[in-house]
Design a protein around this ligand. Structure first.
Ligand SMILES: Nc1ncnc2c1ncn2[C@@H]1O[C@H](COP(=O)(O)OP(=O)(O)OP(=O)(O)O)[C@@H](O)[C@H]1O
Ligand SMILES: [Mg+2]
Length: 260
């Protein structure tokens, strides 16, 4: 058991869905401060839905989500903004703005949320880009970047306001194995150097075993968590067939628990 004081995110008995449709139910777990936490599951199992409910884009049907002890959907005004500023998000398919340079993209959160002078906003954006190894690409347009560079720029943008938590929805989707490994190393380094808690959705076994401290595995059929813990321990010791199939697939996509 984790002491409550270690938990930076607490999800308690969450029920989530759209319209009449329930996608997730009875979801409870905590994310500890400073860890790299991965949300796993097959396509359509509700990973992005869970992420969107954690960050308050949608209110829970039941249960609650607490970030640093605070219930985002119950907050208003300045209190809400303050909590929103504690985390950065990179959405699935979350693109950079194509008509802006890389530096302007990273500056957007600063433009929107701060009154800092332009020179300072630019300097902060440049510092964030340096942290992800993109100092040479600041003046480029997104279309001039490789897929891996775009992901790194998006992470720099998610970090623009010095968040304590960064949410990443499938950061390595569409990347080749080498770029994907580079991105994993970057995430690991940022977590360590800046004490950032990362919550990421991923399918990549290499990422899961390479950088995730703990994971939950969602199952679309039961709409719930079917495994939680250290991914290697789950791979090696779980006796649940769906869990075994997810962790022991080899470049394959077993039905039920993995993606096409
Ligand atoms: N805005 C929405 N309105 C209605 N239904 C939605 C909405 N977003 C997602 N869904 C449905 O919720 C279910 C879970 O979708 P979700 O995007 O959370 O899955 P996922 O695990 O992230 O899948 P993937 O691995 O393909 O990204 C799906 O059946 C999807 O059709
Ligand atoms: Mg998704």
């Amino acid at each position: 058991m984790t002491a409550a004081s270690d938990a930076i995110i607490e999800v308690r008995n969450l029920r989530a869905g759209y319209g009449e449709t329930v996608i997730l139910q009875g979801i409870s777990f905590s994310v500890n401060r400073g860890e790299i936490f991965a949300i796993l599951g097959g396509s359509g199992s509700g990973k992005s839905t869970l992420l969107k409910h954690i960050i308050g884009l949608y209110p829970p049907r039941a249960g609650e989500v607490r970030i640093e002890g605070k219930n985002l959907v119950a907050l208003e005004g300045e209190e809400r903004t303050e909590l929103l500023l504690r985390f950065g998000v990179m959405y699935q398919n979350g693109a950079l703005f194509g008509s802006m340079t890389v530096r302007e993209n990273v500056r957007v959160p600063l433009d929107v949320f701060t009154d800092l002078p332009l020179a300072v906003r630019n300097a902060v954006a440049e510092a964030k880009l340096a942290q992800v190894g993109l100092s040479n690409a600041m003046e480029k347009m997104p279309s001039e970047l490789s897929g891996g560079m775009r992901k790194r720029a998006a992470i720099a943008r998610a970090m623009a306001l010095d968040p304590v938590i960064v949410f990443l929805d499938e950061p390595s989707a569409g990347l080749d194995p080498v770029s994907s490994a580079d991105l994993d190393n970057l995430i690991k380094r940022l977590a360590k150097d800046f004490s950032i808690t990362f919550v990421m959705v991923t399918h990549e076994l290499a990422s899961i075993f390479g950088i995730a401290d703990r994971v939950i595995l969602l199952d679309g059929r039961s709409k719930s968590i079917i495994a939680e813990g250290d991914p290697r321990a789950l791979r090696d010791t779980s006796t649940i067939p769906l869990v075994q199939r997810f962790f022991r697939r080899e470049g394959e996509s077993p039905e039920g628990a993995a993606t096409p």
